[in-house]
Each structure stands twice: as C-alpha cells, then as structure tokens.
Ligand binder design. Structure first.
Ligand SMILES: O=P(O)(O)OC[C@H]1O[C@H](OP(=O)(O)OP(=O)(O)O)[C@H](O)[C@@H]1O
Ligand SMILES: O=c1cc[nH]c(=O)[nH]1
Ligand SMILES: [Mg+2]
Length: 209
C-alpha cells in the first residue's frame, strides 16, 4: 500500500491558506504555488541517497557528501502541473521534465489524454508526477499508467491538495506509488471539485476564468 505524506511544515500551511483564498490574484497564486512546490521538493527528496565526496576547504581536506548521482524526472500533468515545475527545479536543476497532457471531461470526470513527451531515458529515472489537485484520482492514475506502460517503475506523486477519494483511487490502482500532499481535504462535490479545495487550479494559474 502506498504511503501518504502530508507536508505539514508551517511555511507550507501558511502559503496554502493564501493559495486557497478566492481573493488571491493570478500573479500571487502563481508565485505561491511555485514557493510551495520548492518547499515540498525539500520534503520529497528527504530519502535521496548521499555519496561520500572529498573537498579541500581553506583549512584542510574534508570528507563531505553529495547526492549520489540519482537521475530524477519531473512529470507535470498539463496544464496545472506546470505551475509547480520551476519551484521544484530550483532545488533539483538537473532533473529532466516530461509532459503528460490530460484534461478531465467535465461531464464524465474521466481524463482525456492529448499529449505525451517524455525524456528518452525515462525508465532509468526516479519520477515525480506533479499536479496541484488530486480529486477523483483519474488524472493521476492515467498519468502513472502512461509511465508504467513505458516500463517506469520508480514513481512518486506530488500534489498540493488531495481528496480522500483520490488518495484511495491511487492507492488501489498503484500501491507502489507514494503520495506527497500539502493537505487532505474533506470530500468531492457533485461536480468532482475538492471541498474546500482552491477551485480550478489550471484556471487560477493561467487566468483562464
Ligand atoms: O483527480 P481528477 O478527478 O482527475 O481531477 C484532477 C485533475 O483536474 C485538473 O485538471 P483539469 O482537467 O482541470 O485540466 P487543466 O490542468 O488543464 O486545467 C487537475 O489539475 C488535475 O489534473
Ligand atoms: O477541485 C478541483 C478538482 C479538479 N481540478 C481542479 O482544478 N480542482
Ligand atoms: Mg483545470
């Protein structure tokens, strides 16, 4: 069963409050999502292995540590996942980025795939699927399916806000995928929106409504 990590650091929770606020404008919303993504990247990389590395300080030689050459890949689910990419790349500048384009049909709530472009060595990388919203879980599951069909096996999922229904759906379909969230909300409404949530993440990031 996949584990769920709630990133409850006070800085993350503080910024998430203003992300939720309907009076936060597009510019501030985008900046806050970017900042929370950076802070969550700090949490999600906690288990990255280190390797010994020797440097010469101005005083003497020192046995230090560096990240052990791990190959990472970020997989934003378009559109809203794009809002978190730059924030994560600030801490993981060597990560490659693959895109999975999905939109959720408003009537059926089923994900519709429209674009996939992945790094050629995607199977060798540890992948972080990124989307601010985990609602029914259909989109996250479809994106993970895209990766598994290409023989990817090391996958984590990173979201800002999850509904309990979405977490259960990912855990059932992909028990090997751990889930990192800033908050688990109450439930999904009749339109499949997370309550209380933040509204439509893509529209708020890109000012499309
Ligand atoms: O868990 P689910 O029920 O699948 O819902 C979550 C999906 O819905 C939103 O995308 P949307 O379809 O609005 O596309 P967008 O990012 O282009 O706005 C969101 O960014 C997730 O991808
Ligand atoms: O609450 C929700 C659910 C799906 N997609 C969003 O952007 N928000
Ligand atoms: Mg949207």
């Amino acid at each position: 069963m996949s584990k769920v990590f709630v990133c409850d650091h006070p800085l993350i929770q503080h910024k998430l409050t203003y992300i939720r606020d309907k009076n936060t404008n597009t510019k501030d919303f985008r900046e806050l999502v970017d900042e929370v993504a950076t802070l969550m990247a700090y949490e999600i990389t906690r288990d990255i292995p280190l390797a010994p590395f020797e440097v010469e300080t101005p005083v003497q030689r020192a046995e230090c540590k560096v990240i052990a050459g791990r190959m990472l890949g970020l997989i934003p689910i378009l559109r809203a996942g794009l809002g978190m990419v730059d924030g994560i790349l600030k801490l993981l500048p060597a990560a490659k980025v693959g895109h999975v384009g999905l939109y959720r049909d408003p009537d059926t709530l089923q994900p519709v795939e429209y674009y996939v472009k992945l790094p050629t060595d995607v199977q060798e990388r540890e992948l972080i699927v990124i989307d601010p919203m985990l609602a029914t879980g259909g989109s996250a599951n479809a994106a993970i399916d895209v990766l598994k069909k290409r023989d990817c096996s090391q996958i984590k999922l990173m979201c800002l806000i999850a509904a309990p229904e979405g977490i259960a759906a990912v855990q059932e379909a992909h028990p090997d995928v751990d889930i990192y969230v800033a908050a688990v909300d109450e439930y999904l409404n009749d339109h499949g929106y997370i309550v209380p949530g933040l509204g439509d993440a893509g529209d708020r990031l890109f000012g499309t409504k």
